[in-house]
Write a protein that binds this ligand. Structure first.
Ligand SMILES: Nc1ncnc2c1ncn2[C@@H]1O[C@H](COP(=O)(O)OP(=O)(O)OP(=O)(O)O)[C@@H](O)[C@H]1O
Ligand SMILES: [Mg+2]
Length: 391
C-alpha cells in the first residue's frame, strides 16, 4: 500500500449504506461510514487479493501488455546482460499502485533465469536485517525490494555500498570497541519498486542503472489484459463486455481484474441464455452499476464530491475541509481517495482558492455548467471536450 493511502481498516464500517439522499435530486452523500479500502475501484490490493492476482500475472515480457517503452527498454537491458553473461544494472520501477511493478520484478528474474528473493522496505528496519539478506544472496540472484522508499535510513546507506561495490560492512560489537568487517558479496541485481520515487534519497536513486516509470494504461491495453485474464479464469467474453470493463478501470490493471471478477460473479449468478457464464456488455453494465462504478470508473464517493461541488457550491472553488463536510467525510479521505483520480481525469481542478468542478464534471452529472464555470475552468481541462474516455 502506498503511504499516501489511508491505513487499511481505519475508516469505519464499510461501503454499504448510502447516506442521506437530497430530496428531489439524485444526490448521493456518504455518511462518514465510507471505507476507502473496501472500494471496488481502490488501486491497492489487500492480502487475499494479492493471492488471486498471482494467478493472473504475466510471466514473461512478451506476455506483458502495455507500458511499451518500459518493456522495450527493459528487454534491451536484460537481453544485453544475458548475452554478456553478467547481472544487469539495478532496476528501479516506479509508478502508482496496481500498474505492474511487482509483476515486472518477477518477470526480470524469470527473463534472466535467476531465482528471486522478495522483501520490502517496511520489513527492513535495521541495517542488520538487510545485511542478513544480502549476505545470503547467490551470484546473479535478483533481490526484489518492494516499497523501497520505506526502508530505514541506516539500511539505505548499507544498500548504496552493496549495490555499487558488492560489499557490506558487518559491525561486530558496540561502542568504541566495535569493528567493521567487510564482507564481499557475489554480483546480484536489485529490483526496487516504489509508488513514491520522489521520497527516495538521490544517492540511492543514482545507484539504479535503469529506471522504468509505469504510467496508467490506455483502454486498448486494458482490453488486451482483460481478454487474457478472462481466458485464464476460463470465461468466455464478448468484446463489448470487455471494453465496458476496461473503460471503468481507471487505467489500472488491478482494478480491471477486480471488476472482471465482479462481472464473472454476476454472470454466474444471474446470467441466463446468452449471458450465462459469459462476460457481456449487459452483464458488465449491470454488475458494475450494482457496485456503484459508473461508465467513467467513478464510484459513490467520487460522484458525491462532484455533486457537492456542482450543486452546493455552484462549481466552486471551495476549500477542502468545507467540501469534505458537505460529503460527510474526513478531509483526508477526500484528498487522498477521491481527488487524485478526479483531478487526473479532469473532473476537478485544484486552484489557489480551493477545489473547483470542471465543465466535464457538470456534464458527467448531467447538469448544465453555469456560464462563468465554463469560462473559468474549461481552459484547464486536460482532456478533450467531448468527454471521451482517456486514461
Ligand atoms: N501489463 C499487465 N498485464 C497484465 N496484468 C497486469 C499488468 N500489470 C499489472 N497486471 C495485473 O495487475 C495486478 C497488480 O499488478 P502488480 O501487483 O504488479 O502491481 P504493483 O504495481 O506492484 O502494485 P502495488 O504498488 O500495489 O504493489 C496483478 O494481478 C497483475 O497480474
Ligand atoms: Mg507491488
Amino acid at each position: 500500500m502506498s503511504p499516501s493511502t489511508p491505513a487499511r481498516g481505519d475508516r469505519g464500517k464499510g461501503a454499504e449504506g448510502g447516506g442521506p439522499v437530497a430530496e428531489g435530486s439524485d444526490e448521493c452523500v456518504p455518511d462518514g461510514s465510507f471505507d476507502a479500502t473496501a472500494r471496488v475501484v481502490d488501486a491497492d490490493g489487500d492480502g487475499d487479493e494479492r493471492q488471486v492476482e498471482a494467478a493472473l500475472r504475466p510471466k514473461r515480457l512478451d506476455d506483458f501488455p502495455g507500458q511499451d517503452r518500459v518493456r522495450e527498454q527493459l528487454d534491451l537491458v536484460l537481453t544485453a546482460a544475458r548475452r554478456r553473461g553478467t547481472p544487469p544494472d539495478h532496476v528501479l520501477l516506479s509508478g502508482p499502485p496496481g500498474l505492474g511493478k511487482t509483476t515486472l520484478a518477477l518477470i526480470v528474474a524469470s527473463e534472466l533465469g535467476q531465482p528471486i528473493r522478495v522483501t520490502s522496505g517496511p520489513a527492513i528496519q535495521h541495517a542488520g536485517d538487510l545485511a542478513s539478506v544480502l549476505s545470503s544472496l547467490a551470484e546473479g540472484e535478483v533481490l526484489f525490494l518492494d516499497e523501497i522508499h520505506r526502508m530505514a535510513r541506516p539500511a539505505e546507506e548499507m544498500l548504496y555500498l552493496a549495490m555499487e561495490d558488492f560489499r557490506v560492512d558487518v559491525i561486530i560489537g558496540k561502542g568504541p570497541g566495535a569493528t567493521a568487517i567487510p564482507l564481499e558479496l557475489p554480483p546480484f541485481t536489485v529490483v526496487g519498486a516504489t509508488t513514491r520515487s520522489g521520497l527516495l534519497p538521490a544517492p540511492l536513486r543514482d545507484r539504479f542503472g535503469f529506471t522504468g516509470h509505469l504510467d496508467f494504461y490506455d483502454a486498448a491495453d486494458l482490453v488486451t489484459i482483460l481478454h487474457r485474464s478472462a481466458g485464464l479464469l476460463g470465461l468466455d467474453a464478448d468484446e463489448d463486455g470487455i471494453t465496458e470493463i476496461a473503460l471503468r478501470s481507471r487505467g489500472t490493471p488491478r482494478i480491471a481484474n477486480r471488476l472482471l471478477r465482479r462481472v464473472r460473479d454476476w454472470a454466474q449468478v444471474h446470467g441466463r441464455g446468452a449471458h450465462a457464464d459469459r462476460v457481456t456488455a449487459h452483464g458488465a453494465r449491470t454488475a458494475l452499476a450494482l457496485f456503484d462504478v459508473d461508465e467513467r470508473g467513478l464510484d459513490r464517493l467520487d460522484r458525491a464530491v462532484l455533486q457537492a461541488l456542482c450543486r452546493r457550491f455552484n462549481g466552486g472553488p471551495v476549500g477542502l475541509s468545507t467540501l469534505a463536510v458537505a460529503v460527510g467525510e474526513e478531509a483526508d479521505t477526500v484528498e487522498t481517495v477521491a481527488e487524485p483520480f478526479l483531478v487526473r481525469e479532469g473532473f476537478m481542478v485544484r486552484t489557489p482558492r480551493g477545489r473547483a468542478a470542471s465543465v466535464l464534471a457538470w456534464r458527467h452529472l448531467g447538469l448544465a455548467p453555469p456560464p462563468d464555470a465554463q469560462g473559468m475552468w474549461s481552459a484547464t481541462l486536460p482532456i478533450d471536450d467531448a468527454g471521451g474516455a482517456r486514461f
